[in-house]
Design a protein around this ligand. Structure first.
Ligand code: NI
Length: 153
């Protein structure tokens, strides 16, 4: 296990589309382990592989309910809307309000290569959407509807 360097928003890799994982092999397991360590070290609640310089469809999330490891995550259902403040480990110091679905169901593969579905509402729904956006080269700052400290609540 190792801490990897978190790429910051000027890094072009954050704008690239990540490739699907064909097989969950030792490299992917190591990536998941390192991403988990890196996320906890940085005190984040989510991290996507491009943020550590790897263009693979892999993400980790922990909103305080335990680690969630996602390989090839896809949103298969979404419902409603919520507007809450977000931040990102790749964009230190910046926060802004982003509109996200109120509820999502995401299908993904775990480290054992098994397909599973996870239902997220509130913070988990936001984290899932935020990390999947990273895999498509999208940053939360692209979607800010109100910057922190500007405008009225
Ligand atoms: Ni992020």
């Amino acid at each position: 296990m190792a801490i990897r360097e978190i790429r910051k928003d000027s890094d072009e890799i954050l704008r690239k589309i990540s490739k699907k994982v064909d097989r969950v092999d030792e490299r992917i397991i190591t990536l998941l382990d390192d991403m988990k360590d890196t996320m906890y070290e940085a005190e984040g609640i989510g991290l996507a592989a491009p943020q550590v310089g790897v263009l693979r469809r892999v993400a980790v999330i922990d909103i305080g309910e335990g680690i969630l490891e996602l390989v090839n995550p896809v949103i298969v259902y979404e419902h409603g809307a919520q507007c809450e403040e977000e931040g990102c480990l790749s964009i230190p110091g910046e926060k802004g309000t982003v509109k996200r679905p109120a509820k999502v169901i995401v299908r993904a593969i775990n480290r054992n290569g098994e397909t599973f579905e996870i239902t997220g509402t509130e913070l988990l729904a936001r984290a899932l959407c935020h990390e999947i956006d990273h895999l498509n080269g999208i940053l939360f700052t692209d979607k800010i509807i109100k910057e922190d400290g500007k405008g009225t609540k």
